[in-house]
Design a protein around this ligand. Structure first.
Ligand SMILES: [Mg+2]
Length: 157
């Protein structure tokens, strides 16, 4: 069975108070937060990492994208894919990705914004709203089992 984490970057791996900067001068990525993600994923086991963040719009060779990849690599993480959105419909992008990857049976969404997730109960129940990954909370009052497990992993990391 395969599972996936759908990853936003800003508000998950950093916050507005993050001091670190990217090569292009934007809010950078906190190693401590990537480490929490890596540990939570390791406990979960066999989990793919799919990028949903606007960072996905960058060219792979862009300095900031390479910075993201290297920050993840430092903790042994690798992006396995990315979603495609239209008009910031991030949830729709995830649904399309799931349709193209029927092998993914379980998933959790990490994001600091709600976008269109609430329109799709399947996504809403798997959304962890963050303010930095260490402050993740269930979006739904009835979260899916994998979301409960993953939040526990985060808290333990
Ligand atoms: Mg964000």
């Amino acid at each position: 069975m395969k599972s996936a984490i759908f990853l936003d970057v800003d508000g998950v791996l950093n916050t507005r108070t993050t001091v670190e900067r990217t090569p292009d001068g934007y809010h950078g990525i906190d190693d401590a937060r990537v480490e929490i993600l890596a540990k939570a994923m390791e406990k979960y086991g066999n989990t793919e990492l799919v990028l949903t963040s606007d960072w996905k719009e960058m060219k792979p060779e862009a300095d900031d994208f390479r910075y993201l990849v290297s920050k993840l690599e430092k903790q042994g993480l690798r992006l396995t894919g990315k979603t495609t959105d239209h008009w910031n419909h991030r949830g729709e992008g995830i649904l399309n990705y799931l349709e193209e990857h029927p092998e993914i049976e379980e998933f959790v969404i990490l994001d600091d914004q709600k976008f269109d997730f609430r329109e799709y109960p399947k996504l809403w129940e798997r959304l962890l709203l963050t303010n930095g990954i260490e402050r993740a909370e269930f979006a739904s009052k009835t979260p899916a089992v994998e979301t409960i497990v993953f939040l526990e992993n985060i808290k333990e990391s």
